[in-house]
Design a protein around this ligand. Structure first.
Ligand SMILES: NC(=O)c1ccc[n+]([C@@H]2O[C@H](COP(=O)([O-])OP(=O)(O)OC[C@H]3O[C@@H](n4cnc5c(N)ncnc54)[C@H](OP(=O)(O)O)[C@@H]3O)[C@@H](O)[C@H]2O)c1
Length: 335
């Protein structure tokens, strides 16, 4: 067995998490108890939500405690089992944490079939971010053919899938992403009708030009100023899907989570804004995975992963999300 390593939370970050927020330990895996499994972790998912889990505030999951192994979804190989659910050699998906070896309850883990798709895809398009795109857009947004769908974070894990599904459903799709290269990818590879480079264009002007008939659905991954601009152009009976607000996650103090001042546009346009959490749809994930695999086989859906190597690079990998250095789903190859 390779030597075990864990990434633990040393102190709560202020702003962007620096290296000194984390500490490494090398505790050997303990013996199994009934109902537990041991996993050699191969890949862990790097998610914007991780930043929220570091704050000591009420959320949809408790914060990661000081000294605890950092929470993360992961995939790996079962190396020992005292659970009836899993056998040695199974590849499983679940909350492994940022560590090379997991020992703990088998509850919450599912078996995946690596012969169907490479394991990192089950952390990306066929995993939590893909499910977020699928249920957020289709269930909460209810897109109709011919409607205009605007998606921020369009080159990322969730956004790239949202836009492709909206195209499959016959919508006109406009993305927002940072930089020329990402915008080209969003249009050329993912098939969006247009993409606005928010880092180099005037977003208000560009939205007016690209969405002359206003926006029926805005799938919001970033919050902040972008949300304000989208609210200004929301259509009658428009829907704003609150998926995330990455532009706000490192804010501190009075500036934490600045909301839009122009929300009265919702009233004027008889529009709505609705938040959702992907885990509420867990029972329906299999139906979404089946449909998405079908779209992949038909060449209508492209799922990309951006893989960073080595558990030691976890702190830097997390920061990559906040300056947009990832294209597609960011995954850490642990070992
Ligand atoms: N509600 C749910 O259940 C749920 C589940 C999963 C994810 N989410 C949310 O979905 C969003 C996307 O997550 P993801 O995993 O797909 O991440 P991602 O889009 O793959 O990566 C994050 C991207 O956000 C963009 N970004 C970073 N800082 C920004 C800023 N200040 N302004 C605008 N864009 C910024 C960057 O792209 P650019 O280069 O384009 O700036 C970066 O690549 C996040 O807000 C996340 O919290 C919600």
């Amino acid at each position: 067995m390779s030597s075990a390593k864990q990434i633990r939370l040393k102190k709560r970050p202020v702003g962007l998490p620096r290296d000194d927020v984390w500490e490494q330990s090398q505790d050997a895996p303990r013996a199994l108890q009934d109902g537990e499994i041991a996993i050699e972790v191969q890949y862990v998912s790097i998610d914007p939500a991780m930043r929220g889990w570091l704050n000591d505030v009420r959320s949809y999951v408790p914060p990661v405690g000081i000294g605890e192994v950092m929470r993360a979804g992961g995939v790996g190989l079962v190396t020992d089992s005292k659970s009836k659910k899993f056998a040695v050699g199974d590849t499983v998906l679940g909350t492994t944490g940022v560590q090379t070896h997991y020992v703990g309850t088998a509850q919450g883990f599912t078996r995946i079939m690596p012969e169907l798709a490479p394991p990192p895809k089950f952390l990306g398009g066929l995993g939590m971010p893909g499910m977020t795109a699928y249920f957020g857009l289709l269930d909460v947004g209810q897109p109709k053919e011919g409607e205009t769908v605007l998606v921020s974070g369009a080159a990322g894990a969730v956004g790239s899938v949202v836009g492709q599904i909206a195209k499959i459903k016959g919508c006109r799709v406009v993305g927002i992403a940072g930089g020329k290269e990402k915008c080209e990818m969003v249009v050329e590879k993912y098939g969006f009708d247009a993409c606005i480079d928010y880092k180099n264009e005037d977003l208000a002007k560009a939205l007016k030009a690209v969405c002359p008939d206003r926006i029926d659905i805005y799938f919001d991954n970033v919050g902040g100023q972008t949300l304000e601009h989208a609210l200004n152009r929301i259509a009658m009976r428009g829907r704003i899907l609150l998926c995330g607000a990455i532009s706000q996650y490192n804010n501190e103090g009075d500036q934490r989570m600045v909301g839009p001042s122009n929300y009265m546009n919702l009233l004027v346009q008889r529009a709505r804004m609705e938040g959702f959490v992907v885990f509420d749809y867990a029972a329906r994930f299999p139906e979404a995975i089946m449909e998405m695999m079908g779209w992949m086989q038909e060449g209508k859906l492209h799922l990309d992963e951006h893989i960073v190597e080595g558990i030691d690079n976890f702190p830097e990998a997390l920061r990559m999300l906040f300056d947009g250095r990832n294209k597609g789903k960011l995954v850490l190859k642990v070992q």
